[in-house]
Design a binder for this molecule. Structure first.
Ligand SMILES: [Zn+2]
Length: 152
């Protein structure tokens, strides 16, 4: 079994109707190439819905090294996500559709969930349409529009 530091044992949570909150700090996600060396920290609350599914609530904190769209300077973009929710299920039922929450799978054989993908998705969803460093973000909006028009 590969260990990536993102696995959480959930067999006990599934079987007894308990809620568990677990905090992880400073973990690296290889797919996030611009992640700062401090890594990602998160707190996950896992709630058993029945013996076959879990409802998770996720808070994530990290910083990413991004390039400003305006001045091309590198800057640290703080990502702070609160209350990102998803469901982990034991098997895929194609008739079940959930528009609100992301659905992921429980590794039933090992009794674990791997939250790396979940955290990666949560961070990807926070990706802003326009990336501005602190200096450029403080500039008036009108000027910004003009510059964007020049690109067209
Ligand atoms: Zn800038």
């Amino acid at each position: 079994m590969k260990h990536n530091g993102f696995e959480i044992k959930v067999s006990d949570i599934l079987n007894s109707k308990v809620t568990d909150t677990i905090t992880f700090e400073n973990r690296m996600i290889p797919e996030l190439e611009n992640l700062t060396k401090e890594g990602v920290s998160w707190t996950i609350t896992i709630q058993s819905l029945d013996h076959e599914s879990l409802f998770v609530t996720l808070d994530v904190e990290c910083e990413l090294n991004d390039i400003c769209d305006r001045c091309w300077d590198e800057y640290r973009r703080k990502v702070s996500i609160e209350g990102y929710t998803a469901k982990y299920v034991t098997e895929q039922d194609p008739t079940v559709k959930d528009d609100e929450d992301e659905i992921l799978f429980i590794d039933v054989k090992l009794g674990i969930i791997d939250v790396e993908e979940l955290i990666y998705h949560a961070i990807q969803l926070e990706e802003p349409f326009v990336k501005h460093c602190e200096k450029c973000a403080a500039l008036p909006v009108e000027e910004e529009d003009e510059e964007e028009n020049d690109w067209l």
